[in-house]
Design a protein around this ligand. Structure first.
Ligand SMILES: Cc1ncc(COP(=O)(O)O)c(C=O)c1O
Length: 397
């Protein structure tokens, strides 16, 4: 079938591929220790679900304005100000169908053929494909394990060319959990302002950070707003992945352009989900600390467990809910375990029944991503399987 160049430039999300391979085995009755999905295993908080039920009962089930209901366009900047110290207004806010949609729309209105977008690696799987779909070129800037995978302003500046239009920062990061400190973030913003570039800051994991980090937005910096785009999501903070509500905070002309593209594609995000999100923004935040405390416990268990396996190194993620071990020692030497992490992940799924995502998906060969948005019991079980797999491989070598 002849498809457009546009669609042929991109691939199905590699995380979706892993999830579907694991699901196929599960459907055959195989017990999988599943570290694949990047989604909270907690239910959506009760007060948010109640708001959605009420919206249905009150027949708030019709089209809404394309950019979202006005109370939500007001509540998001108010929440962002309260939680993260920014200063946005409703006309600088648009509601989208999840954070991924916010990123897709923003890139589609700002990036075109010939444009370059600077992207620190390891990166979230979708950024390069979204950039390529828009016709742009991702310019990858590696970060270092020794720096906790935190992006550095100097390395970003070295990657800038006359074609550069945008820099993307995702802190805390999926897949590494790396956090960019406030001072370094200021420097990155200054580089973007100096070169007249857009800084897109993806804050989807803003509220899942571990001591000593605190939730942070670069939008709280002085004079930050003119070249800044904030991407936010209800998915992680409020365990609302299926509701599909995200938002963009940016200068008004950009918001208007996003509303235009939305008006010719998705139209408004689902009305009921918008009322749920309104409750998330206005209601109590007390459901967040217990989730964070549980993630912190799991983080400790999984990082310690991975570090105890010979040949595996693992940094402490500063935020999000992913461990990102370096297994490159097992891919080298006279008897490598596998040719690549993609092959290793396949073997781990088929032979050890452990599902995880190979680092190649994130521009990081030699690494694996394990989501610890799963119970301590399943983490223990998965670690047992990993220990056995690597011990057997070691013995055979
Ligand atoms: C870094 C990052 N940004 C954005 C998203 C998009 O989330 P959603 O579209 O569910 O809001 C995700 C989801 O996994 C993510 O990890």
């Amino acid at each position: 079938m002849e498809l457009t160049n546009r669609i042929n430039r991109i691939q199905v999300s590699p995380t979706a591929v892993v999830i579907s391979a694991a699901e196929q085995l599960k459907a055959k009755g195989v017990d999988i220790a599943d570290f694949g999905p990047g989604e909270p295993d907690f239910p959506t908080p009760a007060h948010i679900k109640k708001a959605a039920i009420q919206a249905i009962e009150e027949n708030r089930t019709k089209y809404t304005p394309t950019g979202g209901i006005m109370p939500l366009r007001e509540a998001i900047p108010a929440w962002h100000k309260r939680e993260l110290g920014s200063d946005y207004h409703a006309k600088e806010c648009v509601v989208n169908v999840g954070g991924k949609h916010s990123i897709f729309n923003t890139i589609s209105v700002l990036i075109q053929h010939g444009d370059e977008v600077v992207l620190p690696a390891p990166y979230w799987v979708s950024y390069p494909d979204i950039i390529k779909y828009a016709g742009g070129t991702p310019v990858i800037v590696p970060t270092r394990q020794e720096d906790g995978f935190s992006a550095k302003a100097a390395a970003i500046e070295r990657a800038i060319t006359p074609k550069t239009k945008m820099v993307i920062i995702n802190s805390p990061s999926n897949p590494t959990g790396g956090v960019v400190g406030g001072k370094e973030f200021d420097r990155i913003l200054a580089v973007c302002q100096k070169h007249n570039l857009w800084l897109m800051s993806d804050e989807c994991y803003s509220h899942f950070v571990y001591e000593p980090h605190k939730p942070f937005s670069i939008a709280s910096a002085k004079d930050a707003k003119n070249r800044l785009i904030i991407i936010g999501s209800m998915s992680k903070t409020f365990a609302m992945t299926g509701w599909r509500i995200g938002y963009t905070l940016a200068p008004e002309p950009l918001i208007q352009a996003i509303i235009k593209v939305q008006s010719q594609s998705t139209s408004n995000p689902t009305s009921i989900a918008q009322y749920a999100a309104l409750e998330a923004m206005r209601g109590s935040m007390e459901t967040v600390p217990p989730m964070l405390a549980e993630y912190a416990k799991r983080r400790k268990r999984i990082v310690e467990g991975l570090r105890a396996i010979p040949g595996i190194e693992c940094e402490w993620p500063g935020g999000a809910f992913y461990a990102f071990p370096n297994v490159s020692a097992h891919l080298q030497g006279a008897h490598p375990l596998a040719k690549s992490c993609t092959d290793l992940a396949k073997d781990l799924l088929e032979k050890a029944h452990v599902a995880l995502v190979p680092g190649e998906a994130f521009g990081a060969p030699g690494f694996l991503r394990l989501s610890y948005a799963t119970s301590i019991e399943r983490i223990e079980e998965g670690l047992r399987r990993l220990e056995k797999f690597f011990a057997r491989a070691e013995a055979a070598a």
